[in-house]
Design a protein around this ligand. Structure first.
Ligand code: ZN
Length: 307
């Protein structure tokens, strides 16, 4: 799909993949690399398509494996040419900014196919565990689509985590508000392909396809190993920020359970004097921590799935 003609008349295009069974059935869309530095979803889509060529029983799967080729080539989250975040530009605008125009094209083609579910594949911090991220929506236009999204989130085999901030330009948010169930999957580290994360992502998506009877169910459904205490818990996504400058030392790892008040990180100045201890706000699981150990007042230090 053509998205742009550059000043040298070169054409920028989005690769579009499709596989359709002769038997009618659900329509699934997979999208990856809307943030150009979040690369592992590209490979997950490639692996899934290789598999589906032999195994798709009904319905259709479509994919944009490389939604932001411009950001990808420069290892940037953004549409580098305009420094815009494509995942804050939906549903897009025909006569809008570059990012809004690209978003509009993607949104139109995806919604036109009336999908059963759209999975948008992302990566969180370098040190993070995978989870299924559900949008926070203040005024839900299509409660049925939101309820279905919640059910799908449990079928991924990943930890379902509800956002606590409304992100109105987000792809999945706008799909749900159009009546299309959609999840953002956060699948481990950005920047480089981690084969373990690829395996987790592929299995999680296969769970969904098996649940919709689009493929034969695997011998055993995938479930990301998590502490027993989290079984059937609903989690809220919380960031904790620092209020001082310094060097961050992390006291807990992604995947660990923490108790309310437990120290999770300490910030020291250049002489080694303790400036701040960050304590968990509530009983939670650590989802990830900052890619850098540099802290300024307001730096996001750690993210949690709060019980
Ligand atoms: Zn992302």
């Amino acid at each position: 799909m053509k998205i742009l003609t550059a000043p040298d008349l070169s054409r920028r295009q989005l690769p579009l993949m499709s596989i359709e069974s002769a038997n009618p059935g659900p329509v699934i869309w997979l999208t990856a690399c809307v943030h150009g530095d979040e690369v592992s979803g590209i490979v997950m889509i490639q692996e899934i398509f290789k598999n589906l060529r032999r195994t798709l029983l009904k319905g259709a799967v479509y994919a944009f494996p490389l939604v932001n080729p411009i950001g990808f080539e420069t290892s940037s989250r953004y549409i580098t040419l305009s420094e815009e975040d494509l995942n804050r530009s939906f549903p897009g605008k025909k006569d809008g900014t570059l990012s809004e125009r690209i978003a509009d094209q993607i949104f139109s083609i995806v919604t036109k196919s009336k999908p059963t579910l759209v999975l948008d594949l992302h990566n969180d911090w370098i040190r993070s565990i995978p989870f299924a991220f559900l949008d926070y929506i203040e005024n839900i236009a299509h409660p049925d689509a939101y309820e279905k999204t919640k059910v799908f989130s449990k079928k991924t085999g990943l930890l379902p985590v509800f956002d606590t901030e409304e992100v109105k330009g987000c792809f999945s948010y706008n799909l749900i508000q159009k009546g299309i169930p959609s999840l953002t999957l956060e699948l481990g580290e950005p920047y480089v392909i981690n084969e373990k994360s690829v395996d987790v992502g592929v299995k999680s998506i296969m769970n969904i396809l098996a649940d919709l009877e689009m493929i034969k169910p695997p011998a055993e459904l995938f479930s990301f190993p998590m502490p027993e205490a989290l079984k059937d818990k609903t989690l809220k996504y919380i960031y904790q920020n620092s209020s001082t400058s310094g060097i961050i030392r992390f006291l807990v790892k992604p995947g660990e359970l923490v108790k309310k008040g437990q120290p999770v990180a300490r910030i020291y100045n250049a002489f080694g004097k303790l400036e701040e201890t960050i304590a968990a706000l509530n009983d939670s699981i650590v989802l990830g921590h900052s890619d850098y150990s540099v802290s300024f007042p307001g730096t996001s230090v750690m993210s949690f799935g709060q019980f």
